[in-house]
Structure formats: C-alpha cells, structure tokens
Design a protein around this ligand. Structure first.
Ligand code: GLC
Length: 625
C-alpha cells in the first residue's frame, strides 16, 4: 500500500516535471526547428536532439532544477552589484578540485561569488594549449580530480552562493580525441567531423582569406598529417583540429557535451573562440552568420534544459563584431561578453596618460542597451592584443604600427616613463605586429620596484594598480579578477624552463598562486596587504551601493584634464561620480556637479565635485548625499 502511494506521488512529480519541460520546449520549438533546418535540413537529427534534451532535463538533479526555477523568475540575478568573478587554473590555485573546495573560504574573503575554473577536461600533456585542446569532454584531467569532484565542488560553491564557470571549447578538439583518432585512420564518418583535404588546393584557397591566430607559434591554418596523407584544418595549434559544424552530428554531440557539463552544476558556460566555429571558403572564417544561428540555438537549448545557466561568449574582436553576440532583445544569444576593447584601451591610457580614447570607448559601451552585460577585466590568461580604434588615433598622429610598437616597448619597460615588466607574444616579423603578456601588478610597476627595492616607486605602483581596479569596478558590467592579482602577484618566468610551455609567453602571467605571500593579506605594511585591503574596501563599497548594479545608468563626464577620467553612475535616486587620475602628477578635474553635497566613499570626507584635486594615480568615489 505504502509503496503504491509512493509510486503515485512520484508519478505526479514526474508528470509535473514533464510539463515544465514541455512548456519550455513549446516556447522555443518553432524557432529552434526553423534554425536547425536552415543549417541541416535533417528531421531525424532534430528529433534526436529534442529527445536527448529531454533526457538531460530528466537527469538534472533536484538542486539544479530548483536553481533553474528560481532564476527563471529572477532573470536579472546576475546583474546584481555583488557579482564579482575570479579566474584561475585549478592546479595553480590549489593543486586539484578538492584543493579548490578547501579554499572557498579564501575566495569568499576576496568577495568573489563567481569562479572561472580554467580548462580542466582531459587534454594531452605537452599538447594542451593551457587545456584548450580537449581529448574527452566527459573526463576531468587525472591530476585535477574527477567528475565526482566537480559535482562536489559545484555543490559546495552553490551552498556558499557562488557560481561556477567553465570553458566549453567547441571550435576544436585535441588530435587525441576519439573522433580525431578515427579520422586519422581515415574513417570517413569521422573525417567529415573535421576539415580534411587530400591536396593543398582548398587549404591554399582558404589561406588567401583566413588570417592567422598564432602567426609565430603556429603559423597557417592547416596541418599536414603524414600518416593520413591529408591536410586538416587547425586554426589554432596543429594539435587542435577544427570541428566541422556543417555536420549535424558534430552539432548534436557537442550540444550533448554542453548539457552533460551543465548538469555537473556549471552556472556559466564560456563559449571559447566562438567567432571561429563556422567556416566558408573565400571568407575570413570569423563571425559568419551561421555562428549566430548556432549560438542562438545554444541559448534556446539551455533555456529549455537548464535555464540557470548563462552563456558567456569569448569574442575577442573589434566592438562592432562583439555586440551582435548579444543577439536581440527578442532573440538573445549570449548573456555576457568580454569588454575586450575597453581592456586594451585601458592599458593604452596607462602608457599615454591620455584618457581621450578611453572616454570614447566607454561612451560607446555606455550607449548600448542595458540588457547587455559585459565582463570587465584588466587582464586574463591570454595576451593583450592592441585592438584599438586606430581611426581615431590616426587623427591624433598615432599610426597603428608605430603606436603598437610604442605600447609594446612601453610595457616591456623600454619606452616612455615606464615601470612595467612583461614580454611580447606572437611577434610577427612580417606585419610587425605583436601582443603583450604580463600580470597586472608587473605592468603597474610592482615587479620592478620590488627588484630595485625602491619604496617610493612601489608606493606609486600600488596606487596605479588600485586606481585601475577602482576604475574597472566603476565600468558598466561585472568585474573579474585574475587570481593572484588580489595580492599583486608579479610575472612568473619559470615557464621558460618547461619545454612544454617555453614557446608560449602567456605562461608568464599564469603563475601558481603564492600562498606564502597570501598570508600577508591583512598586514598593510606589505605589498600584498596594501593591495588586498585596498581591493577589499572597493569590493565592499561595490556590494553595498546599489548604483553598481550592471543595469545602472553609466556615463562619462568631461574633466578638461587629459589624464583624468570621470565616470558617473545612477540608479533609483542614487548617484556616484568616479574620478581617476591616470598620471603620476597632481591633477585637477574641472568638473562642476552642482546638484548637491558629495561624500568620498573611500575616505568618508565631504568633497565638492567642483575643481577636484587628485593626487598621482589617485581616485575618488564621490556619492551624492
Ligand atoms: C581562446 C582561449 C585561448 C586559446 C584559444 C584556443 O582564445 O582563451 O587561451 O588559446 O581559445 O582554444
């Protein structure tokens, strides 16, 4: 009898669940089918996709399903002012997944409520591109743990109100992926999942229009496979084989991988290298319309199966290419995108002490719909590419090639009044182009001042570092710290001794977390303590002041001083003005906000926002009383 009762209770529950799925599916079915048919014209593969979606929905655990329901109701949950991210490689941060779980208290101390676990899926040693060459989408690298550890980590994070982000590397697989192995053995079914060519005719046609990602470390877009007697398309490293999304089997299987990972409790899926996923001859093979069709389908698939999950697009392109990845208000694609041009323009401003270009760039971002959420950052695990608005700079007499050279010289510490340390990345002798690598602290001068034991230079470096974070927190969107930056960690040159890493200077800013130095976080006589406590104050202000929600009004104000940036924010009757001095001199911001009295949230002093003096690399957060 009891058993029967139980069964009928369970039946009701599963019928209710079924209803939820059907309702979500119905909402999107027409559009999803339409887009799928546009690309694939394949009914049975579409039916398979829908069936598997349902299966993944049913397999999703209770906690995640209630997260889904809560977030469907509160769709703006990620736009709140407490959102603060931190990214790290698991091994560098805490050895393995269990180690990360044991460090959640530290992460909370950093006021971080979203962690980006850098690639942790299975990848061949020495041919991994920092984990971005996945050989098995359902297996964790042995040294880092297991899927069970991931389940446990995400559950532990959720208990602490923390979100977990991971990379979904969908443009390519490792050459060690089982599909690639079968393709290499000339199994036609698997060859059709990649781009295989038995002669150089088509590859050479592609090369005419497709730019290179790694011109020095991995030139060209194809790799000759001696054993298979074929070329294979490899946009990134030769061991990263581009997937062919013209094959519906590739799309379906990758969506199953995506849902499998979402069901491990991942909250934010970072779609790696998304602009590259569709290829056509005679095009640059970037940002093609079909890419948007695929991302839109992914958005609908996640809204049907796991609506708690956000899509973060990795679109490292010029602004007009980035914004379309948000989709439209009616047909959204990604929830969040990186504010990459602003990041690069920030460092241009550091090197030139001139905020004009940055102000323009922020004006562009601020004029976009408020639904668009950007991730703001000072640096990430990748190099800094100098993708600036050269049209504007040219009018100021700065030619692209010469200016890029200046920036690279500056940040290597060779030009201008620079205290920065770092290294070039993929310096292309043909185009003269190069990108830059270094940690935030090293680029601000902490490394050099430490080496030279120059206290006043150190003080200035710390000021610059904190001012940049204060300005970054003021931007519209969600700030993300790179682990180690919160204690001012400097460049790590040991990668040069590792033959698997030596050729890739991005490892200079991917060093292991120095827990010994982290013991100093509360001691403000130390560099670590100064930076950590400085940031902590900013983080707490950001968390308590509602003008920091990501859909607040944000604008810039003319200061009539070329080195001072002024950003205003307004939300529900509250207003804050941020002033940031990008120079090593005392400056005056000639602003004239006459709408009342203001208080500086950092010092607690009253300050009139009229002709404000700002010390070298200083800043103010002025709140209207
Ligand atoms: C992304 C990653 C980068 C990687 C590339 C190839 O751009 O951020 O680190 O090299 O994708 O997967």
């Amino acid at each position: 009898m009891r058993k029967k009762q139980l069964n009928s209770k369970e039946n009701i529950k599963s019928l209710e669940e079924e209803k939820i799925f059907q309702k979500r599916l119905e909402k999107h079915l027409d559009e999803l089918k339409w887009l799928y048919m546009e690309l694939y014209e394949n009914d049975s593969m579409f039916d398979e996709l829908c069936n598997r979606m349902k299966q993944f929905f049913l397999e999703r655990n209770k906690e995640l399903k209630s997260r889904d329901l809560a977030r469907e109701i509160n769709q703006d949950w990620y736009k709140q002012n407490d959102m603060l991210g931190m990214m790290f490689y698991i091994d560098n941060f805490a050895g393995n997944m269990k180690g990360v779980e044991s460090k959640l208290d530290y992460i909370q101390k950093c006021n971080v409520n979203y962690i980006h676990l850098m690639p942790f899926l299975d990848t061949p040693k020495g041919r991994s591109d920092g984990g971005y060459a996945v050989s098995d989408f359902r297996k964790v690298q042995k040294d880092l743990g297991s899927m069970k550890d991931l389940d446990s980590l995400t559950a532990a994070c959720h208990k602490k109100n923390m979100n977990v982000c991971m990379d979904f590397v969908m443009n390519h697989t490792s050459e060690d992926h089982e599909w690639a192995k079968k393709a290499r053995q000339k199994d036609g079914e698997y060859m059709s999942r990649y781009f295989f060519f038995d002669n150089e005719h088509e590859p050479s046609l592609y090369e005419k229009t497709v730019p290179q990602v790694f011109p020095t470390t991995a030139p060209g877009n194809f790799t000759w496979l001696e054993d298979a007697n074929h070329f294979v398309m490899t946009t990134f490293y030769p061991y990263q084989w581009d997937l062919n999304y013209k094959n519906p089997r590739v799309f379906n299987e990758m969506m199953y991988n995506f849902l499998y990972l979402a069901n491990r409790g991942i909250d934010i899926i970072r779609i790696d290298a998304v602009p590259y996923i569709w290829k056509e001859l005679n095009t640059p093979c970037r940002n093609l319309p079909q890419v948007h069709t695929i991302v839109r389908m992914m958005r609908m698939i996640s809204e049907i199966v796991c609506p708690a999950v956000l899509l973060l697009g990795e679109v490292v392109m010029e602004p007009e290419k980035v914004v379309p990845y948000f989709g439209t208000v009616k047909k959204p694609e990604c929830h969040m995108l990186y504010n990459v041009t602003t990041m690069a323009t920030t460092w241009h401003t550091v090197a030139t002490r001139d905020v004009k270009l940055l102000k323009r760039q922020l004006d562009i971002v601020n004029s976009l719909p408020k639904d668009y959420v950007f991730l703001n950052y000072l640096r990430c695990h990748d190099d800094i590419g100098w993708g600036l608005d050269y049209g504007i700079l040219r009018a100021e007499g700065m030619e692209e090639r010469a200016h890029k050279k200046y920036l690279n010289d500056y940040f290597q510490g060779y030009a201008g009044k620079s205290n920065s340390c770092g290294e070039l990345y993929n310096a292309d002798p043909v185009t003269g182009d190069a990108r830059f690598c270094g940690t935030t602290a090293s680029m601000c001068g902490v490394e050099k001042a430490g080496f030279e034991q120059d206290d006043s230079a150190m003080e200035q470096a710390i000021k610059l570092d904190l001012m940049l974070h204060a300005y970054m927190f003021m931007q519209s969107g969600i700030p993300v710290l790179y682990s180690g930056d919160e204690i001012g960690q400097v460049n790590d040159y040991t990668y040069k001794e590792n033959p698997d890493k030596a050729a890739d200077s991005r490892y200079i800013h991917r060093g292991a977390m120095n827990w010994k130095l982290a013991e100093n976080i509360e001691n403000t006589d130390t560099v670590e303590g100064k930076i950590f406590c400085g940031l902590k104050q900013l983080e707490q202000i950001r968390k308590t002041e509602k003008v920091f929600v990501s859909n607040a009004d944000t604008w810039t104000v003319e200061t009539w001083d070329s080195s001072i940036l002024c950003i205003g924010r307004y939300f529900e009757g509250e207003k804050i003005i941020g002033l940031f001095n990008f120079s090593e001199y005392d400056k005056t911001a000639w602003i004239d906000e006459k709408d009342g009295d203001y208080i500086d949230l950092i010092s607690g002093n009253e300050i009139k926002p009229v002709g404000v003096n700002i010390p070298p690399y200083g800043f103010y957060y002025l709140k209207k009383k």
